[in-house]
Design a protein around this ligand. Structure first.
Ligand SMILES: Cc1ncc(COP(=O)(O)O)c(C=O)c1O
Length: 385
């Protein structure tokens, strides 16, 4: 097996106390807390007690995070903005688009996270038109569906890398090809992919890639990132900004707006210090394991889960194709909330969206976790469609 010897599965599980008490299958909502991340939070508090404002160390944490994200995405740190959320990054990106003229369309997949859809529709107030791309009957959205909606009026195409609702993984490169042919740029919200699926901005195709640390990056809320392709960034001047996005933070000037030449132009105000400590510690765990090893490990677990679900005759909402899925498997339920509660009563932690039970797997899960939920689902078979 490809993952033997890697820092995944049994080799890292001990760092995550939740497994002493529960079968944790909810990384699509929040990654499990590790001892290392807990220590990082405590370190932030201890430093505050001991030294008061640790400005230099805070700035160092900010830059460590930027560098870690650059490593994760195979990018240069100059092309990575540190944000407080996906919402902040995407709002800044969209604010830089001229949507008042002929090229005023934003094409979004039906699988975007609410924040992306809401930011897109907010642009209607300044002349934008938003077009939705809907899934086929099997739950997939093939690139052709995007191509049908993209033309010379399209400014931006939003195709989340992996759907938080169905687990469907978009073919971002193929979608980007259609978008680029029409002169549009592409945003891939990769929150549900980063840390679990190998993302290489050199081949992904998107012009902006965003995500955050709550889920597969094993940190907390309040911290995110946005990579922006340098050639595209040079044409984009965000109207949403802050002093950390300035070409010289310490100029302290209120006389002009001079955004930084690098992707820092999409940063904002004071860095999210309390989130940076755990954010950097969580990233260390992911990078130590290596995303390719995590992805291979998770694929084995997902295959086992899908085989078991088939034996149960369950209806799986996540498309089956190898490139069409990732760490999240969605199973149709007749009553998803009752099912999540029933599983929680057995100390199996899952979540729900739409009519789906969401089961997500990450580096710390092992085959026994999969077998445990399959046994439980067999007992609750009546709650599966
Ligand atoms: C795909 C996706 N995008 C974005 C977010 C969150 O966005 P923000 O960082 O703005 O809260 C989530 C969180 O659940 C998500 O799953």
């Amino acid at each position: 097996m490809a993952t033997v010897g890697a820092r995944v599965g049994a080799a890292v599980r001990g760092e995550f106390p939740v497994f002493e008490a529960a079968t944790y299958l909810n990384s699509c909502s929040q990654g499990a807390l590790s001892g290392r991340v807990r220590e990082a939070v405590e370190g932030w508090l201890a430093g505050w007690d001991e030294n008061g404002a640790e400005w230099d160390f805070w700035v160092e944490r900010n830059e460590s995070f930027r560098t870690a994200i650059a490593r994760l995405l195979h990018a240069s740190g100059d092309d990575v903005a540190v944000t407080t959320s996906v919402s902040q990054g995407v709002s800044g990106l969209v604010s830089a688009l001229d949507l008042g003229g002929e090229r005023n369309r934003i094409v979004i997949s039906e699988y975007e996270f609410p924040t992306v859809g809401q930011i897109a529709h907010a642009q209607e107030l300044r002349g934008a038109e938003v077009v939705h791309v809907r899934p086929d009957a099997d739950g997939s959205i093939p690139p052709e569906r995007f191509a049908e909606q993209i033309d010379e009026r399209t400014a931006l195409v939003c195709c989340t890398t992996l759907s938080y609702r169905s687990g469907h993984r978009h073919d971002v490169a193929a979608i980007a090809e259609a978008a680029h042919a029409a002169g549009a740029i592409v945003l891939a919200d990769s929150y549900q992919a980063c840390g679990a699926i190998e993302l290489d901005v050199r081949s992904l195709g998107a012009d902006a890639v965003t995500g955050g640390t709550v889920k597969y990056l094993l940190g907390t809320s309040g911290l995110g990132f946005m990579w922006v392709r340098p050639e595209v960034r040079k044409r984009l001047t965000p109207l949403q900004t802050g002093w950390f996005a300035d070409e010289d933070i310490f100029a302290m000037s209120i006389a002009d707006y001079s955004p930084h030449a690098s992707a820092r132009r999409f940063d904002s105000g004071t860095p999210p210090v309390p989130s940076l400590y755990p954010g950097v510690a969580g990233m260390e765990l992911v990078l130590e394991a290596g995303v390719p090893a995590i992805e291979a490990h998770v694929r084995t677990l997902v295959d086992r889960l899908l085989a078991g679900l088939d034996e149960l005759g369950a209806t799986v909402a996540t498309p089956r194709g190898e490139g069409e899925r990732g760490p999240l498997v969605c199973v149709v339920s007749t009553d998803p909330n009752t099912l999540v509660e029933a599983l929680a009563a057995e100390r199996i932690v899952t979540s729900t969206r739409d009519l789906n039970l969401r089961i997500s797997l990450h580096l710390y899960n092992v085959e026994e976790d999969v077998d445990r939920i399959l046994e439980a689902l067999a007992r609750h078979r009546a709650l599966l469609a």
